[in-house]
Design a binder for this molecule. Structure first.
Ligand SMILES: Nc1ncnc2c1ncn2[C@@H]1O[C@H](COP(=O)(O)OP(=O)(O)OP(=O)(O)O)[C@@H](O)[C@H]1O
Length: 262
């Protein structure tokens, strides 16, 4: 059984003559424990797919199943616990007047999970932060630390699926590498399934084993990361994307190599 199955997913914004089709017959599956990438130019619909899966939009057509269970049109608390999103900008996703402790304990209270303080402290350690960070506010943290808190908040209710929307693109290259390595470790330790949206093929290649290439709301090619790296993409659009991404990826690849050698 797939962890995530998306079939014939289509979505429009607007009505009548003003309607714009943003997703057009999108199909893909993600195996349990797999990390799957979504790449493509800005506006191609990558984030919108994540929002449909996370039930932030309800007006799509087609089918979405998580662990074999259909995603309903109305958000349910249980589904909200199973799937969590991490966004590009942790400043936007963390409440500026909530401490780290509050940000992490709130989801536990909502879902009626006990041992709040204990879980919060363990979660902070699991994302590489000292529990002393608990009383701090987002503005007292660095960009990388804020993204660690956002990841901790997403994982605290123990979801099986994490939807990552450009999770490292607001960060400096050296910090990007740290967060990518953290995400890779967490996936392994917790058997997580990921969908990662990124415009950076280096980021996708580092974290994912397969990916889909999107253009104007459609998937134009699904391939393994190995094929991506060995240059066997068949679609001209994918080849253009690889070409455009080459110089850009260099700094991150170097940083990841430095981390691996250390
Ligand atoms: N709430 C909305 N109302 C109207 N149009 C929207 C809405 N949300 C997204 N769109 C449009 O849907 C299209 C796809 O947007 P989406 O954010 O999914 O693209 P993306 O591939 O993730 O791009 P980016 O990399 O820039 O985030 C865009 O043309 C966008 O303008």
């Amino acid at each position: 059984m797939s962890a995530i199955s998306v079939k014939e997913l289509s979505l429009y914004f607007g009505y009548g003559a003003a309607a714009t089709q943003v997703l057009d017959d999108v199909n893909f599956t993600v195996a349990p424990g797999e990390a799957f990438g979504l790449v493509g130019e800005s506006g191609s619909g990558k984030s919108t797919i994540l929002r449909c899966i996370a039930n932030l939009y309800g007006h799509w057509s087609g089918s979405i199943e998580l662990d074999g269970r259909p995603v309903g049109r109305r958000p349910s608390r249980e589904q909200g616990r199973r799937v969590q999103m991490v966004f590009q900008d942790p400043y936007g996703s963390l409440h500026p007047r909530h401490t780290v402790n509050t940000a992490l304990s709130e989801p536990l209270r909502i879902h009626g999970i006990a041992d709040v303080q204990d879980r919060v402290e363990r979660m902070l350690v699991d994302v590489g932060l000292n529990p002393d960070f608990g009383p701090r506010y987002p503005h007292q943290l660095s960009g990388g630390q804020r993204q660690r808190v956002a990841i901790a908040r997403a994982l605290i209710t123990e979801p099986g699926i994490l939807l990552l929307d450009e999770p490292t693109s607001a960060l400096d290259v050296s910090v990007q590498a740290e967060i990518l390595n953290l995400l890779a470790d967490l996936r392994e330790q917790r058997d997580l399934t990921y969908i990662l949206v990124s415009h950076d093929l280096g980021v996708v290649a580092h974290l994912c084993s397969r990916l889909a290439v999107m253009q104007a709301g459609r998937i134009v090619e699904t391939m393994t990361t190995t094929s991506l790296m060995s240059g066997t993409a068949t679609e001209p659009y994918t080849r253009t994307l690889i070409q455009a991404s080459k110089g850009y990826d260099r700094a991150l690849v170097d940083e990841l190599a430095r981390g691996a050698a250390a």
